[in-house]
Design a protein around this ligand. Structure first.
Ligand SMILES: C[S@@+](CC[C@H](N)C(=O)[O-])C[C@H]1O[C@@H](n2cnc3c(N)ncnc32)[C@H](O)[C@@H]1O
Length: 177
């Protein structure tokens, strides 16, 4: 299964920390790419540094028009999941989502355009209370992959954590640069 994420919607104030966290959750929870607009370019540097240190090839694509990306992904047979508190409860729909091949997950920043509700194949609510795109995204990615994302290898890492009961154990790969 290929999973990609897109963040859409008008932000009233720039919230670089939330934007960075949406990207980091996407990466750490098994997505391959995130599409974003109106983004501080430093966020790309942050994610690239994380890739270098901790491995993997997670990508950030800066975009102008979210609708063109959604339409293109539909043509490529991706199913569009829009995360919204108004959507079908995740508990009801998760089994169906796990059977899909390729997914584009849409999260909102602030106010999301009305059209996305019609363009989406699924409107999914992580409960019907307002919370945050970071939590909604993390829970959806976990429910779809049933925790398997945490067994995934991130290749070419400079540092690799060996999980331990006490303390910190980090394997550091020798490099010549
Ligand atoms: C700060 S909220 C924006 C809520 C806003 N009232 C709106 O127009 O939808 C940002 C994003 O978090 C996600 N979100 C928040 N609560 C959610 C929930 N209960 N279920 C699914 N997604 C949620 C949605 O993607 C939403 O667009």
């Amino acid at each position: 299964m290929v999973i990609e994420v897109i963040r859409i919607g008008q932000r009233l104030v720039r919230d670089d920390r939330v934007t960075t966290h949406v990207a980091l959750v996407s990466r750490a929870f098994g997505a391959e790419r995130i599409f974003m607009s109106e983004v501080n370019p430093e966020i790309k540097d942050t994610v690239e540094k994380i890739n270098k240190t901790w491995g993997g090839k997670f990508e950030i694509d800066f975009i102008d028009k979210w609708k063109s990306v959604v339409k293109k992904k539909k043509e490529e047979n991706f199913k569009i999941i829009h995360l919204s508190m108004y959507g079908q409860n995740i508990n009801i729909i998760q089994e169906e989502l796990r059977k899909e091949e390729n997914l584009l997950i849409v999260v909102g920043a602030e106010k999301v355009p009305r059209e996305i509700y019609e363009l989406a194949d699924y409107n999914v609510g992580v409960g019907s209370q307002p919370h945050s795109e970071i939590s909604a995204l993390a829970i959806l990615l976990d429910r779809i992959q049933k925790g398997k994302q945490f067994e995934k290898d991130f290749p070419d890492a400079k540092r690799k954590i060996i999980p331990t009961k006490n303390g910190k154990n980090v394997q550091v790969k020798e490099t010549r640069d």
